[in-house]
Ligand binder design. Sequence first.
Ligand code: C2E
Ligand code: MG
Ligand code: MG
Length: 585
Amino acid sequence: MNHDAEAFTGTFRDSPIGMAILDASGRLVDANPALTTLMGRTSALLAGAGIAGAVHPDDRDQFRQVVAHVARGTSERVQIQVRGLHASGDVLWTKTTLSRMPGAAGHVVAYVEDLTEVRRARELVEHHSNYDLLTGLANRTLLIDRLTVALQRSAASTACVFLDLDHFKVVNDSLGHEAGDLLLVEIARRIQATVRPGDIVARLGGDEFVVILEDMDEEGATGTMNALLAALREPVLIATHEVVPTVSAGVAVGTPRTTAETLVRDADIAMSRAKAAGRDRVEVFSEEFRDDAIVRLSIESELRVALREGQLEVHYQPVVDMGTRAAVAYEALVRWRHPQRGLLLPDAFIEVGEEANLIIPLGEFVLDEACRFIASRPSFTGKVLVNVSTRQIGLPDLTGVVSRAIARHAIAPDRLALEITESGMLVATQAALADLQGLADLGVDLLLDDFGTGYSALSSVLRSPVTGLKLAREFTLRLGDRSTGDRISTAVASLADSLGMHGIIEGVETEAQYRQALAQGWKLAQGFLFGHPTPAEQIPGAVGAPASADAAVTPRTTPRFPSPPVGPRSPIDVAADVPLLPSRL
Ligand code: C2E
Ligand code: MG
Ligand code: MG
């Protein structure tokens, strides 16, 4: 044996890479230990089975041809991807290099590198870049790919549905992220069980899902979604809690001009409409929605500028003592002096501010102004009521923001009252309730705003540190109807009294309403009859401000917003969790 042949035999035996010697027809002459291990077969078995047993049927012809070429000397060295067959039947992905065997004419050496693991890793990476890990659904990348293809095929019969879970944050915050994840997985399962087997369901992250429905028109998609909404309302048991999930859905159907991205965005816009219309429903996209969305977007960016450049201001509306009609408190109401559109009321921008998280700086601004108002009017000894958005409650720092504002202006904490809407109280999580307690501990009053429009259980009101109620204006409008309006007004006035809370009736506009409210037991009121929201400069009592015309009729010392009577919070049985008022009357 010459030196080369000896060296080859050594390499053949010890090589960690699989090696085989083949004859010109591709028949196996010998296999090294690395190859027999790789294929799970003995050398004899490999030789016996020949190429048929070792190479994947689809790759056999190509393999034979290449071996023949190399054996003949047409090609010196060829590298090919060949799928081998393991003894178990598993496919082995290999990179095989074929070259002529030194010193043995007509024979070929194959170096077989196993790429199976590499390939699996690559597939895994590809899977991860196309699928959502939590639910196994398609992710945004795959969704856009598939939607693009569907739109090219037939835009007019491609419907895209955007789904967003209602109040998911409440589940996440109160039951924990693991419970939130379980809920998402269950929702994913229900969506897939409702749509047709081939429909693409994707999760975009968070609680947002998108479904592509091909060969479907608007009506079909809306029908499918209504079925889905019904399926989703089945209670889910999560961590011993029964959760009734609901989703809001938006449907958009393609046009010849829509791209995948715009279609998803249109469906998203329609979904926001469904949320705004009360959640747990389907809305179909229309062009005017998009215009509204663009307006909202411009409000958002303009509101950022407004906050930075001081275009916001706070107006104050008196809360009066029903007996004397004197102002005993003021409600701080934010206004936006828009450079082009004039004075804007909160309805035009609060909601956008909440969604864009601008409510936090806005809220801080109003609080600061309210404290300044108090500090600059030593003769006014009543409270200032500041509206707090649900989004501000439960932020770890609300108590900090309030106490810093109080300290900055050196005012007593009991001069400040915060108004929280009744519906805000309802969605308040455990963390938020702790936050409210922190504020109450500071000595700040908490009032339930727009009382009667939500769905308050009496026991939940009593469990919270709330010290007052404001009856929503819609009930004031119904005063004198000798029916529900009068009954609710009377009941809430006496409820506030018996709970030892401040009761304020809102939206009193006429003398007739005033007389009725007085007769029904209201002690505090607010409304255009007593005063409109007014800029701070026009409210007398500010130190250093020019005396205003009506300063003379304003008592020098304002009566104090009465503290609620002391004593037991409630003589009422608090165990019953009965809704105090129906949501709609
Ligand atoms: P709200 O807290 O219930 O405030 C009372 C609203 O009713 C005010 O509207 C006030 O101008 C209006 N109002 C008062 N008396 C009468 C009346 O006799 N008749 C009629 N028709 N309306 C009356 P405004 O200022 O437009 O505020 C609307 C809502 O915006 C407020 O309702 C409050 O929820 C919110 N808001 C106002 N300022 C702020 C703020 O600084 N922060 C937050 N988060 N929300 C605010
Ligand atoms: Mg209010
Ligand atoms: Mg109100």
